[in-house]
Design a protein. Structure first.
Length: 140
């Protein structure tokens, strides 16, 4: 299993951050490892999505069930280059990305690189979300 947490301190309203992170199909705007996130079905606060990842090869697509939660969004990846949970949530003065996933066996030889790559991607994604929220507040 690959598990890590990335946090960003925030000084923007909780509701604004929640409105940004709950736009599931906008995830490629923040997580550049996602080329496309497409909702294929929904039931209440649960969405079945197809994901195209931003790399070539047989593992460049997957599926997840996404649940809107009180504090954010939980992606449960069920098919693709990894399986498991990715949560994005708004905490007390912070934006948090939590990963608990299992890599496809073909990725095991490069596990260290993948972990570092995902962690850096999460850091950049949280920065992009915060920057968008701050721009919204400033009227930009």
């Amino acid at each position: 299993m690959v598990s890590f947490v990335v946090r960003r301190e925030v000084r923007v309203p909780r509701g604004l951050l929640l409105s940004i992170i709950r736009r599931i199909e906008d995830y490629p705007k923040y997580w550049h490892g996602h080329r496309e996130v497409r909702i294929i079905d929904s039931s209440g606060d649960v969405f079945h999505v197809q994901v195209k990842f931003a790399f070539n090869g047989p593992l460049n697509h997957g599926e997840a069930y996404v649940r809107l939660t009180d504090d954010g969004v939980a992606f449960n990846f069920v098919k693709g280059p990894f399986k498991g949970l990715h949560r994005v949530r708004v905490g007390d003065g912070e934006l948090v990305s939590e990963w608990d996933i299992k890599l496809h066996p073909l990725l095991t030889p490069v596990k260290g690189w993948v972990i570092n790559h995902f962690r850096e991607g999460a850091e950049h994604a949280l920065d992009r979300i915060v920057k968008e929220a701050e721009a919204h507040l400033s009227g930009a």
